[in-house]
Design a protein around this ligand. Structure first.
Ligand code: G3I
Length: 368
C-alpha cells in the first residue's frame, strides 16, 4: 500500500524528462533510462500498444515512439473481419500486411486481434449467419486469415467480448454467433482456430473486470465460469485478455479484487495479457498536472497489481498517444477548455507525443 501511495506521489510530481532525453534502446546506448519495452523485458514481460499503419506512416514521431517503446503491436482495426472483408469474398489485406511488414522489419511481435467480435463483423456476414446458421462462413474466415499470418502471429484473440452480465443468456452476450450456434460457439471457434494455427496461444478477450461494483463483480465471476467450463471440456483455450479500460469515475481501484481475479484465472492454467490498457478521465477541467497525476496513479496501482501475478505475460496499451485514442469519442470534452486540454489524457504520450506522468509511472511499475 505504501508503494502505491508513493507511486501516486511520484507519478504526479516528478518533472518528466523530455522524450529526446531517453536513449534509444540499442546495444550501444545501454539501458540507463530504458524504454517501456526494455523495462518490461527486464522483468520477463513484454510491452506493446495498439497501432495503425496509416498513423505510423503519416507521423514520424509516432513511428519513433512505437519503435522505441513497443516489443509488440496489436492492430487496432486492420485484422477485424469488417476491415479485412468489407464485401463477401473481397479481401483487403493491405493495411494488415503493412503493419505485419512493419513489425517484421523491426523485430516486433504482432497480436492477432480479433477473429470473432460482433461489433467488427461485417453486415453481410451478420445477415448470412442469421439466415443460414452455417458455420462454414466462420471456417472460411479463420481459414483465410490465420494461415496468412501464421509465421507472424502466435497469439490470437479468438473471441472478443463474449461476456454480458446484464442482458446475456447464461452470462453470454446474445450476439450473432450465440443466436446462430448457441453458447457452444466459443468452444467451436477455439477448435476452429486451433485447426488453422495449432501452435498459437488462443485467447478470449474481454473488458469490465477492474472495479468493485456489482456489474463487474458479475463479469469476473462469469468470465471465470466460462474459462473453467472451456478448460473442463478440453477446449484449446490458452489465455485470457484482460482489456483494462480503466475509468476514474468507477474507482477507487481496489488491488485485492483484481489480484484475486487474476490469481483465479492463473489457477486454471491460463496465461494473461493486459490487452487494452488506458484510462478514461473523470474531470477534464482540473489542472493538467493534477489530471496526469490521477491517470498515472491509477495506472501505477493497476499495473503493479497485475504484474504481481506471474501468469501476466505482458501489458499492451490501447494506443500510445492521446492524439489517437478511441476515448476521445467517449468523453465529454468541455467547451470551456481550449486546444489539447480538451482531450482525454489516458495514454503514455500526450497529443504532441511528449511522454507524461503515465509513461514514467508505467515504466517504474514495469521495472519493479
Ligand atoms: O476507416 C473508416 C473510415 O473510412 C470511415 O470514413 C469512418 C466513418 O465512421 O470509419 C472508419 O472506420 C472506423 C475505424 O475505427 C477507424 O477509425 C470505424 O467506423 C470505427 O468503428 C473503428 O473503431 C474502432 C473500434 O474498435 C471498432 O473496430 C476503434 O478505432 C478501436 O479503438 C476499437 O477498439 C476496441 C477493441 O477492438 C476491442 N475492445 C474495445 C476497443 C474500444 O472500442
Amino acid at each position: 500500500m505504501f508503494q502505491i501511495s508513493r507511486r501516486r506521489f511520484l507519478g504526479g510530481m516528478i518533472a518528466a524528462p523530455v522524450l529526446s532525453a531517453i536513449p534509444f534502446p540499442s546495444a550501444e546506448s545501454g539501458t540507463v533510462q530504458p524504454s517501456l519495452a526494455r523495462a518490461a523485458h527486464s522483468n520477463g514481460r513484454f510491452f506493446g500498444a495498439a497501432a495503425r499503419i496509416d498513423q505510423i506512416d503519416a507521423e514520424p514521431a509516432l513511428r519513433a515512439a512505437m519503435l522505441r517503446d513497443c516489443a509488440c503491436l496489436t492492430p487496432e482495426i486492420h485484422l477485424k473481419w469488417d476491415s479485412l472483408e468489407p464485401a463477401p469474398g473481397q479481401h483487403d489485406f493491405a493495411p494488415a500486411d503493412g503493419l505485419a511488414d512493419f513489425a517484421k522489419a523491426n523485430g516486433l511481435k504482432l497480436r492477432g486481434h480479433t477473429l470473432l467480435w460482433e461489433q467488427s463483423t461485417p453486415d453481410w456476414a451478420r445477415r448470412a449467419i442469421a439466415r443460414d446458421k452455417d458455420w462454414s462462413l466462420i471456417e472460411r474466415h479463420f481459414g483465410t486469415v490465420m494461415p496468412r499470418y501464421r509465421s507472424r502471429i502466435d497469439e490470437w484473440d479468438v473471441v472478443n467480448e463474449p461476456i454480458d452480465s446484464e442482458h446475456g443468456r447464461g452470462g453470454l452476450r446474445r450476439n450473432s454467433f450465440f443466436r446462430a450456434f448457441g453458447p457452444d460457439y466459443i468452444r467451436r471457434a477455439l477448435d476452429e482456430a486451433h485447426r488453422h494455427a495449432p501452435g498459437a496461444l488462443l485467447m478470449i478477450n474481454d473488458y469490465g473486470f477492474d472495479y468493485d461494483n456489482p456489474v463487474e463483480e458479475d463479469r469476473r465471476r462469469l468470465m471465470l465460469r466460462l474459462a473453467e467450463r472451456l478448460k473442463r471440456e478440453g477446449a484449446p483455450l490458452g489465455g485470457i485478455g484482460v482489456q483494462a479500460h480503466l475509468d476514474l469515475s468507477k474507482g477507487p481501484f481496489k488491488p485485492r479484487i483484481v489480484r484475486d481475479f487474476l490469481r483465479d484465472l492463473a489457477g486454471l492454467d491460463l496465461r494473461i495479457v493486459i490487452t487494452e490498457l488506458d484510462v478514461k478521465e473523470q474531470d477534464l477541467t482540473a489542472p493538467i498536472e493534477v489530471r496526469d497525476a490521477r491517470v498515472a496513479a491509477e495506472v501505477g496501482a493497476y499495473v503493479e497489481t497485475a504484474l504481481a501475478e506471474p501468469a501476466v505475460k505482458g501489458i499492451v496499451t490501447w494506443g500510445l498517444s492521446d492524439r489517437h485514442s478511441w476515448l476521445q469519442d467517449q468523453v465529454e470534452q468541455p467547451s470551456s477548455l481550449k486546444g489539447p486540454a480538451r482531450l482525454n489524457r489516458g495514454l503514455p504520450y500526450d497529443s504532441k507525443l511528449e511522454p507524461k506522468a503515465m509513461y514514467w509511472t508505467l515504466r517504474e511499475a514495469l521495472l519493479t
